[in-house]
Design a protein around this ligand. Structure first.
Ligand SMILES: NC(=O)c1ccc[n+]([C@@H]2O[C@H](COP(=O)([O-])OP(=O)(O)OC[C@H]3O[C@@H](n4cnc5c(N)ncnc54)[C@H](O)[C@@H]3O)[C@@H](O)[C@H]2O)c1
Length: 308
């Protein structure tokens, strides 16, 4: 039988509301807080909206919402918490201050997790009195739809505590993966940005345009990725063939340490992507909306297909 926990979620934005709904749906009691009154006031409606978009029925929504309380302060949210998920803005000093506040008010055996995208968990948690109960949980956006959560250990994290977190997430229907060392980008973003670095380089070097890069991925290996990881794929085609390919290709693949000058120029020119109408490609608002709708619909369908 799965254990139910008192969970606190700190920050009721995009990630916090999705983390809260996922854990409440799994039967945990969740208290969520945010310093912005509007975020506190709107969180129940945003959770309802996200659950409706996922196809949850009214009873499931009502049951989940009945397990979610909204607190006025971090101190109030964590007072009786077994587990805290921090999902506040991506600023080091802010996160460190939040964890100091959490540690001052949460029970000493409460597990503390940060949802930072890329900042070192070790640095976020460095000021804590009890560092062995602190770790990273990197949920992906939207947290209620993307299965993966990376569980990141620091050098101080008690392995038993990391395992408790892993089990909690698995029982809540997520797909946790243990990250044994606190490295920049953890696992997923290292892999993702290795691909993006080469994608940008192909355009920068005039080998193809941005649309061609996206078409190649979406129409070829991207189709397999949800069911066949790269190392499974290497075993499928043979490690000998993989070695032959690497001997012929790796020397020509982008390996620069820093960001691409092409990307830096786009940003300097305010070509920030869909929000400004142009990035690697030009976007009308309708086209940008169509991309967002396509991703949401695909993720929903994929859940059904992969479950069957
Ligand atoms: N958006 C993503 O795709 C994504 C994916 C993975 C991880 N993350 C990480 O999750 C965290 C939250 O990101 P988000 O996209 O939900 O941001 P967001 O801006 O949607 O939400 C952040 C919320 O934190 C609140 N907040 C501000 N100060 C706070 C404080 N002192 N205490 C508590 N809450 C505070 C804000 O009012 C806001 O509601 C960040 O660390 C981000 O890097 C984001």
């Amino acid at each position: 039988m799965s254990v139910t926990y008192n969970i606190a979620v700190i920050g009721a934005g995009l990630m916090g509301h999705g983390i809260a709904l996922t854990l409440a749906k799994a039967g945990h009691s969740v208290t969520i807080t945010d310093p912005v009154a509007e975020a506190r006031a709107s969180v129940a409606d945003r959770i309802r909206h996200s659950m409706q978009a996922m196809g949850d029925d009214e009873q499931t929504i009502v049951d989940a919402l009945s397990l979610i309380a909204v607190a006025d302060s971090t101190a109030g949210a964590v007072a009786k918490a077994d587990v805290v998920f921090e999902a506040a803005p991506e600023k080091m000093a802010l996160k460190q201050a939040i964890f100091a506040d959490i540690e001052a008010h949460a029970p000493d055996d409460c597990i503390l997790a940060s949802n930072t995208s890329v900042m070192p968990i070790t640095e976020i948690m460095s000021g804590l009195r009890l560092k062995n109960r602190a770790l990273g949980t990197h949920w992906w956006n939207p947290p209620h739809m993307i299965p993966l959560v990376e569980v990141i250990k620091t050098e101080w994290t008690d392995p038993a505590i990391a395992q408790t977190m892993f089990d909690l997430l698995e029982q809540a229907g997520k797909t946790p993966v243990m990250v044994e060392k606190d490295v920049p980008g953890f696992i997923g973003n290292r892999l993702q940005h290795a691909l993006w670095r080469e994608a940008i380089s192909l355009v920068e070097n005039g080998i193809c345009d941005a649309e061609a890069v996206d078409t190649v991925i979406k129409s070829s290996f991207g189709r397999r990725l949800a069911v066949l990881g790269p190392l499974e794929n290497a075993d499928l085609v043979g490690t000998d063939l993989t070695l032959d390919i690497h001997q012929n290709v790796l020397h020509d693949i982008e390996a620069r340490q820093g960001p691409s000058p092409y990307l830096e120029t786009l940003v300097a020119d305010q070509k920030l992507g869909m929000k400004t109408g142009e990035g690697f490609r030009k976007w009308t608002e309708d086209e940008a909306d169509a991309v967002r709708a396509r991703v949401a619909s695909h993720l929903k369908k994929l859940e059904t297909i992969l479950e069957s």
